[in-house]
Design a protein around this ligand. Structure first.
Ligand code: ADP
Length: 401
């Protein structure tokens, strides 16, 4: 019998990431390939590693060959077909950034779902078109393969309504101007992992800090998302690599009144701000931590200050705090940033264990700390693969759209 696989695709504007999971006994999912095509439209390059991290391929392509997500998928697909050598991809799961107000679960893609994803493009114009292009390309080439859309917003749909609001006239809420929240697949994975790692904490009040090049915080009450720092877009909340986090809207009004166009504003907010904008040096936390430049130090201080401030706000949402979890690039790899954030959260009852923090945990709080602190590596791809398998084998929850 040929090996069965689940393929996971995360298609962006300049890169397409893919992961392949083999299906073992009793539905076990084993990561066998993790790869990407990056430099789409500039310097296209296909790279992939096996489950142990060993290099499988690194190949450059001419820019004319890979201009969009669809081209990247064709290359990755051709390589994967050769690699799995007769194995069968039984389903494809996609990360789709926006599921709007309705999708609170992943869903099997049919013509109606395709149309809904398209309608949501104005809410996520930088990501949604690439997600949809990948879905359509797979359907064109492999029409018989079921596809599942996993939305980054879905996990937050059980927010209390006031966590979804802006105090704008009601007609805007009805037109979709709401606080959706993002990084939902990461938070869902963390909630599940925490239930295994520390069940007593997972049943309590937890703030998860997803600190990568995109960054947000999520308040979990017994594993359910109660609020998060990202809102209508992935710009709000805490500062990120090149995005500012919350900015007084009066600043944006001021810039527009002084002649800045929507396109220029978009570029400023998505590409030029955050750690990069403040430091003037880099969006990479590693470089800033090593730098002796005063503005690099200021950017890091601001990052820690805003993260700690918003952890306090989310602890207020939860009515107290039992656990604090760090994840994603910075959260998983920077003992210094974790230590500084934990120190700033001392008033909440977080007492760090310096040695455990240096070694990456998983538990990084001292014995007797009122609030326990954890490092839990996120795995959004595995979450997508699990959802995809559950839906195609009929074990998924029914979507309540
Ligand atoms: P993405 O949001 O692109 O998935 P990641 O979660 O991979 O981002 O995080 C990438 C960021 O993590 C990098 O920009 C870098 O700033 C940060 N990072 C990775 N390793 C370290 C480290 N050892 N120390 C500090 N920051 C790190």
């Amino acid at each position: 019998m040929s090996t069965k696989f689940i393929l996971v695709i995360n298609a962006g504007s300049s890169s397409l990431k893919f992961s392949l999971f083999s299906l073992g006994a009793a539905g076990a999912l084993d990561p066998v390939v993790r790869g990407q095509v990056d430099g789409i439209g500039t310097r296209p390059r296909l790279t992939a590693q096996d489950g142990a991290g060993s290099k499988l391929v690194a190949r450059d392509f001419a820019v004319g060959e890979v201009r969009e997500a669809r081209d990247a998928l064709r290359l990755a697909g051709a390589w994967l077909r050769e690699y799995i050598d007769g194995g069968e991809v039984i389903a494809v799961g996609h990360r789709v950034v926006h599921g709007g107000a309705d999708y609170a679960q992943p869903v099997l893609v049919d013509a109606e779902v395709d149309a809904r994803i398209e309608q949501l493009i104005p809410l996520a114009p930088l990501h949604q078109p690439h997600n949809l292009a990948a879905i359509r390309a797979v359907r064109e080439w492999q029409p018989q393969t079921p596809q599942v859309a996993c939305f980054d917003t879905a996990f937050h749909r059980k927010h209390p309504q006031f966590a979804d609001l802006f105090a704008l006239p009601w007609k805007y809420y009805e037109a979709g101007v709401r606080r959706y929240g993002f990084h939902g697949l990461s938070y869902e994975y963390i909630a599940e992992a925490l239930a295994q790692l520390a069940p007593e904490i997972a049943h309590g009040r937890v703030v998860v800090a997803h600190l990568g090049s995109g960054a947000s915080l999520c308040a979990l009450d017994a594993g359910r998302s109660m609020d998060s720092t990202m809102g209508f877009s992935a710009l709000d909340g805490i500062p990120m690599g090149t995005r500012p986090g919350s900015v007084d809207p009066g600043v944006l009004l001021y810039l527009v009144q002084r002649g800045m166009t929507a396109g220029e504003l978009e570029h400023l907010l998505y590409k030029e701000s955050g750690l990069l904008g403040l430091s003037g040096i880099s969006n990479d936390m590693r470089i800033l931590l090593e730098s002796t430049e005063p503005r690099a130090k200021l950017a890091v201080d601001y990052f820690v200050y805003r993260v700690a401030r918003d952890i306090g706000a989310l602890a207020a949402v939860l009515g107290g705090l039992d656990g604090l979890v760090f994840t994603a690039g910075i959260g998983e790899n920077s003992p210094e940033i974790r230590a500084r954030i934990m120190r700033a959260c001392g008033w909440l009852g977080v007492v760090p264990d310096a040695e455990a923090n240096l070694h990456g945990g998983p538990c990084i709080s001292a014995v007797g700390s009122e609030v326990s602190a954890w490092v839990v590596p996120t795995n959004e791809e595995l979450m997508i693969a699990r959802h995809t398998l559950a839906l195609v084998t009929g074990r998924g929850e029914k979507n309540d759209i």
